[in-house]
Design a protein around this ligand. Structure first.
Ligand code: FMN
Length: 561
């Protein structure tokens, strides 16, 4: 290297390092710095010590050689900046023996993952005659990569020309990897939907991710360093205090075991409790203890579970109701079959008797036929009533309207008729029926079905009354229609069941032991409703029952007094 301009040359044989009187150099540096207002650079230092003696040069060379970081000097005047000096630390760092590095441009350390932008920075600095610091990927002699924090500084001669460059290489792989790891962890913590926070051994917050901060209603700055148990975990769900000693998070942080808890609450800043599931992972190392807590908001899950439970309960009720309806229907079918078959069996016997008499040429006389035919008529009438009741009930259950056959109906007369019929059917051992019904209370309605209504209501009253307590039935005209009231002093219906006795197949608990289909009241209400009327029931067990039916008069109805 040329040395004629006053600066001592730098030689790749590692023997000639320009040095000088250190004190003079420092003085010069201070002066220069004061004069230029800029930090002193190595170049000026070297220029200033151009006249240094061999002893100083040797000392400086020894210093460079002994530095624990890589140092190279490259000749700025030679083509392609060859290395003219490299120290042992450079060799140790790169794996290249010093002789193998000398005479080469430093780019031999670069490889596939060296960022072009970093190389461009170096190129620009060199072209501009300035220094720079970059961190870039380099490769050792054996091909392993490392992160090199490279600082370049130009050395100038007395005339200010760049004659050389010093390069200092520091292996910062551990830092870069640690930074990268930290950045990755921060990104993961930021990105995760789960709330995560860290605790020291005393349960103070050491970090918190955005999801946890949002869940708790605080900013991270507001919770860092705070006692998290006291801040967000101080009470149980039921409001009783949660002692730190009983808290698994607190214990894990103080060196205890990791746990998972599915059903506790944390307290938000606004004072509301949020149900959470959490996991605590203790962290212990040399000289430190603590824990990481992962929180999951389980409000949605709890809501879904409650909804599922409610749905299940509704399903169970619906199924129970459906099963009860099926059971009642089967019961009804059995009853209806019995009600239909028993009298018919008797009738077959009677008919066969008459057939045999006919075959023997001894038919019954007209007087003998009379009662038989009357019984037959009654019986068939009742069978038709049973079939009609079941048919109506089926229609009502299907939500269909009954087809009414309307005519003018004298309700008073109908009440008497029904009372007579029932008295006859129940016989002398049953409660008597007192009817207070003036003639001429006429409405427009379906006679057969109104008969069925009265039969049901008055029939029930008789059925559930002791023989000693007569049933009172009254019919009266009222503005716009008629009112029928049937009162008994029978077994009565418990208050809680009154609403349900109109449900098809439902039978009051007090009706056990009495025959019945559970269809009568349901059918009566459907028929009355279809006439535009109402049916109401008041009752108390042991006191009796009063049923009040209102029926509108209908078009062209005549009124009694
Ligand atoms: C003193 C000095 C030391 C250098 N040390 C390194 C080094 O350790 N690693 C590296 O990749 N490049 C290093 N370089 C940069 C390359 O030698 C080269 O200048 C860079 O790759 C840009 O030039 P290019 O585009 O011609 O390759 C150093 C440069 C100088 C001047």
């Amino acid at each position: 290297m040329a040395t004629g301009d006053g600066a001592r040359g730098l030689r790749g044989d590692d023997t000639e390092i320009v040095t000088g009187d250190a004190r003079r150099a420092q003085d010069h540096a201070r002066r220069a710095e004061a004069a230029e207002g800029a930090p002193q650079d190595v170049a000026r230092y070297v220029s200033a010590v151009g006249a240094a003696g061999a002893a100083e040069r040797a000392r400086l060379r020894a210093l460079f050689a002994a530095l624990p970081v890589g140092v190279v000097l490259v000749d700025a005047r030679a083509a392609d900046l060859p290395i003219v000096f490299a120290n042992a630390a450079f060799s140790a760092l790169t794996g290249y023996p010093i002789p193998a590095a000398l005479g080469r441009n430093c780019r031999f350390l670069q490889g596939p993952d060296t960022a072009p932008v970093a190389v461009a920075t170096l190129r620009r600095a060199i072209a501009g005659g300035t220094g720079c610091t970059v961190t870039l990927r380099n490769y050792r002699h054996d091909g392993t990569p490392f992160w090199n924090e490279l600082t370049l500084a130009p050395l100038h001669d007395a005339a200010g020309h760049v004659i050389a460059y010093v390069g200092v290489q520091v292996d910062v792989t551990a830092h870069v990897e640690a930074d990268r790891q930290q950045a990755l962890q921060a990104a993961v913590l930021d990105a995760t939907a789960e709330g995560i926070y860290g605790l020291d051994h005393a349960g103070r917050c050491t970090f918190i991710n955005p999801a946890a901060a949002t869940l708790l209603g605080y900013t991270p700055a507001e919770v860092l360093g705070r006692d998290m148990h006291a801040l967000v975990h101080h009470h149980h769900r039921d409001g009783t205090p949660y002692l730190p000693d009983a808290c698994p998070i607190h214990q894990a942080a103080a060196g205890g075991q990791g746990v998972r808890v599915a059903d506790e609450v944390i307290w938000r800043r606004d004072g509301t409790a949020v149900p959470v599931a959490y996991a605590v992972q203790p962290m212990a190392g040399a000289g430190f203890a603590g824990a990481v807590v992962t929180l999951v908001d389980v409000r949605e899950r709890e809501r879904a579970e409650q909804e599922r439970a409610a749905l299940l309960a509704r399903e169970r009720t619906a199924r129970a109701e459906a099963e009860a309806a099926v059971a009642q229907r089967d019961h009804l079918l059995a009853l209806a079959a019995h009600d239909l078959r028993t009298p018919l069996a008797a009738l077959i016997g009677e008919v066969q008797l008459r057939q045999r008499r006919l075959q023997r040429g001894r038919p019954l006389s007209a007087e003998e036929q009379g009662p038989f035919l009357a019984t037959l008529h009654d019986l068939l009438h009742r069978q038709v009533a049973v079939v009609s009741e079941v048919t109506d009930a089926a229609y009502v259950r299907m939500g269909e309207q009954l087809a009414l056959r309307v005519e003018a109906v004298d309700l008073g007369a109908l009440a008497h008729e029904v009372a007579d019929l029932l008295a006859h059917a129940h016989g002398a051992g049953a409660a008597a029926i007192d009817v207070a019904a003036p003639a001429g209370v006429v409405i427009v309605g379906d006679r057969d079905r109104l008969v069925r209504v009265l039969q049901n209501i008055i029939g029930n009253a008789v059925k559930y009354s002791p023989a000693s307590a007569p049933v009172q039935a009254s019919v009266r005209a009222e503005e716009g229609g008629a009112v029928v009231v049937v009162r008994d002093a029978g077994v009565g219906i418990p208050t809680g069941e009154i609403d349900r006795v109109f449900t098809p197949f439902y039978r009051a608990s007090t009706a056990r032991g009495f025959a019945g289909t559970g269809l009568g009241l349901a059918g009566a209400r459907a028929i009355v409703a279809q006439h535009g009327g109402t049916i109401a029931l008041e009752s108390a067990p042991g006191v009796g029952t009063t049923v009040t039916i209102t029926l509108p008069g209908g078009e062209g109805a005549a009124r009694g007094s």
